[in-house]
Design a protein around this ligand. Structure first.
Ligand code: ZN
Length: 117
């Protein structure tokens, strides 16, 4: 069975479990994989940071109300949050780091801030 190097396509000569033709190709391959996952993580982190900034800007007092359209007009992305908090009363807060929000009726949102001091 001939195997080919996934990085350069060259035929691999040598041991059965050898996956790359050379160390250089193995390193190049691994660097690319790491770069992709780093880009992926960077994009998510940027989204989270942006969401956090939007909530911080709207929630000066530490607790306030806003609307869905106001959040969306600032580019808030509801898909990205860091954790959820389920209260005893059955409500769910979504947090983006220390900034939290919970949907209310009629597209209103309550904004809260975790005490991180
Ligand atoms: Zn190669």
């Amino acid at each position: 069975m001939t195997r080919n190097c996934p990085e350069c396509g060259e035929k691999i000569v040598g041991r059965e479990d050898k996956k790359f033709c050379s160390d250089a190709c193995r390193n190049a391959w691994n660097n690319k994989i790491n770069k992709d996952s780093n880009n992926f993580m960077r994009n998510i982190n940027n989204r989270l940071r942006k969401n956090n900034r939007i909530l911080s800007e709207l929630n000066i007092e530490g607790k306030t109300k806003t609307t869905k359209s106001k959040l969306m007009s600032k580019g808030f992305d509801f898909e990205y949050f860091t954790n959820q908090l389920h209260t005893k009363t059955g409500n769910t807060y979504f947090f983006v780091y220390e900034q939290g929000y919970m949907p209310l009726e009629n597209d209103y949102y309550i904004l809260v801030r975790k005490d991180i001091s």
